[in-house]
Design a protein around this ligand. Structure first.
Ligand code: CA
Length: 422
């Protein structure tokens, strides 16, 4: 077992029972305040740990990590040091925050590296060069295929043979808390002869997770599936906001475009693959057997519970979906092996999103498109209003966490409020 993952560890910083951030998590993010930062940080309980200050007071001595690495508006530089060093850093942070007496004893007095998370602004922690969105949930792909094409042949012939994906837009990925304006665009209303232009009427979320590329490749290089994990640094929650009416009219024949690239929301913390180790599970059986370059061995899925809450303006919210990352048909290693099989290069900080994570039952569907079954069903909200798709003023909040041996490792939240079209 990785030392920092030991479920018996506890911290001298108080961590609530339901917190996503016990001492076993130690994710990486970036914060700033009016007079400090941006700087790289980790999180424990309701506090952020300022790694630059830790380094400044000598607590990271011996790790061979320059303190300038932490004086950055992204964690790309930290990731570029390699997993061996970031792993050692995590071990050290675990030692420093550990309740048990150890060689860092006495540092409780030097707590100016701790700040309440409520007193800082958390930033998008990555410089995302490229973003790819996959379509790897068989339940989601089947549901969408049934609604839009043919219920008898919901999955297209390629679907079980390769992880379908498209290249998205990195410029519009924002951190949790950033509002999203309802997009405008071209749509073809049902029964109309000509398209119309205006604010999207069928605005939706997509419940996804994304992995962060942690090691670059050069053009022409392919990542073998058995090495793919070395190239994955960690994971985040991902909301792929979608304008269904714009999407439906524009997507033929080249796929998603303006119905998708007006905004995507990520959680502010990158949870390392290392911290997620306890939640490994086997994925679903793949039938038919995939080509050799996509055959992965061992437990490559992760048992991460997910939920989506919609909160209308001025009202209580409601959980509209409870799903799990373990349902993915194609795992992250397969996605990365496929992505690079043609020699396409990847860079540190690139994001690859999973595709909407729907489970087998209607309460686990990961988009309003599926929950309302293309608008044929309504969801009642606590304020008495009804939803088929999202309304202006709605705040959509996604959460995710794994739980094992009394330890909960979570991602915080990916939250965004819908503002009226500009
Ligand atoms: Ca998507």
């Amino acid at each position: 077992m990785i030392k920092a993952n030991n479920p018996k560890l506890t911290s001298w910083v108080e961590v609530g029972k339901d917190s996503d951030f016990p001492i076993q998590n130690l994710p990486f993010g970036v914060f700033k305040t009016n007079n400090a930062g941006p700087r790289v940080c980790t999180r424990i309980g309701d506090y952020i740990v300022d790694l630059y200050t830790l380094s400044n007071v000598g607590l990271l001595e011996g790790l061979d990590i320059k303190k300038s690495v932490f004086l950055n508006k992204t964690i790309n530089k930290l990731i570029s040091l390699g997993k061996e060093k970031t792993s050692q850093l995590r071990e050290r942070l675990s030692d420093i925050l550990n309740k048990e007496p150890n060689r860092w004893q006495g540092i409780k007095t030097a707590t100016d590296f701790l700040r309440p998370v409520s007193s800082v602004e958390l930033l998008l922690p990555l410089k995302i060069g490229d973003y790819t969105d996959f379509y790897s949930s068989i339940e989601h792909a089947t549901n969408v295929g049934m609604m839009f094409r043919d219920p008898e042949n919901a999955l297209l012939p390629n679907w079980r043979h390769l992880p379908v994906g498209y290249h998205g837009r990195a410029s519009s990925i924002v951190v949790s808390g950033t509002p999203i304006h309802r997009p405008k665009g071209q749509m073809m209303p049902k029964g109309a002869d000509n398209p119309v232009f205006g604010p999207c009427r069928l605005l939706d979320f997509e419940l996804e997770m994304a992995f962060v590329v942690g090691k670059p490749t050069s053009l022409g290089q392919t990542i073998p599936i058995e090495e793919a994990e070395d190239y994955i640094f960690g994971m985040m929650l991902f909301n792929d906001w979608s304008a269904r009416d714009i999407q439906k009219w524009e997507y033929v024949p080249l796929g998603p475009f303006l119905g998708k690239n007006f905004g995507s929301t990520v959680s502010p913390w990158v949870v390392t693959l290392e911290a997620l180790e306890p939640f490994r599970v086997a994925g679903p059986v793949q039938d038919p057997e995939v080509l050799p370059y996509l055959r992965s061995k061992g437990e490559k899925n992760y048992d991460i519970q997910l939920e989506v809450n919609i909160q209308p303006e001025g009202s209580a919210g409601k959980v509209v979906s409870r799903s799990n990352f373990k349902y993915m048909y194609w795992n992250m290693c397969q996605q990365l092996a496929h992505h690079t099989v043609n020699g396409c290069n990847v860079n540190i900080g690139d994001l690859c999103a999973s595709g909407t994570i729907s489970g087998p039952t209607p309460d686990s569907y990961g988009s309003m498109l599926e929950i309302s079954w293309a608008g044929s069903k309504t969801i009642e909200m606590p304020d008495g209003s009804e939803r088929k798709f999202l309304k202006d003023g709605d705040t959509v909040t996604m959460k995710g966490w794994g739980e094992k041996d009394g330890v909960r490792i979570g991602f915080g939240e990916a939250s965004g409020k819908i503002l009226p079209a500009l």
